[in-house]
Design a binder for this molecule. Structure first.
Ligand SMILES: [Zn+2]
Ligand SMILES: [Zn+2]
Length: 219
């Protein structure tokens, strides 16, 4: 995750492309490295995204002619380095989607700080019957899967059925987590002396012989 304070500092830096004199865009470093296999050593890169840039325009034609494939070079500068270099990119759109948006970085940082805050409450929330931190983390698809699983394991202990709809309505893309949820829900119902009607899915008393919602016989 990008650090907000670091990004704010980088975005204020002004660097210009030596080929076209366009101000370089502050972009998020891609997770792969095309060149020597070493990392970039930086979370952000300054890149010339000008399509009219002579380096980009000329390399585009040269690669096409020499190798017959659609790639080109853009001018790139690693923060803190005195000189930049040409970086190979696949297609015009490369990096245009990775320009750093401070508002997005700020929101990501805030979400992460909130998650840590909620997780810190896990140890006390069962005793305090405080469902919120558990539910917030469990239903946050960006939260750490390990913390989400912990939240899922703790939820039945609170014996609070008010979370049932929110959990049932959430689409868990993480299969392992969905499996944990499928175990936790019957545990929660059981702890509250309830069960789910197998026909209409409504919550009913554990000892009910007939469903009060759909009138089906449960024996
Ligand atoms: Zn340029
Ligand atoms: Zn029913």
């Amino acid at each position: 995750m990008l650090d907000y304070d670091a990004c704010r500092k980088y975005i204020q830096e002004e660097h210009y492309c030596p080929h076209c004199n366009t101000r370089l865009s502050c972009c998020e470093t891609p997770p792969f490295h095309v060149g020597d296999g070493l990392g970039w050593g930086s979370d952000v890169l300054f890149i010339c995204l000008n399509d009219e840039c002579s380096l980009f325009a000329n390399s585009w034609a040269r690669f096409e002619e020499q190798y017959g494939h659609s790639s080109a070079c853009r001018y790139m500068l690693v923060p803190g380095e005195p000189k930049g270099s040409a970086m190979m990119v696949q297609g015009k759109a490369a990096f245009t989607g990775s320009i750093i948006d401070l508002d997005v970085v700020k929101a990501q940082n805030q979400r992460h700080a909130d998650e840590l805050d909620y997780v810190a409450q896990f140890d006390t929330c069962v005793a305090e019957k405080n469902l919120e931190p558990l539910l917030k983390v469990l239903l946050d698809d960006k939260a750490d899967p390990k913390s989400r699983k912990r939240a899922c394991d703790l939820i039945p202990k609170l014996k609070d059925l008010s979370c049932l709809d929110a959990i049932n309505n959430h689409k868990f893309t993480n299969k392992e987590l969905q499996y944990c949820v499928n175990i936790a829900i019957p545990q929660l119902l059981k702890a509250c002396f309830k069960k789910e009607c197998p026909y209409c899915k409504e919550v009913i008393k554990a000892q009910a012989k007939v469903c009060m919602h759909c009138n089906k016989d449960l024996d």
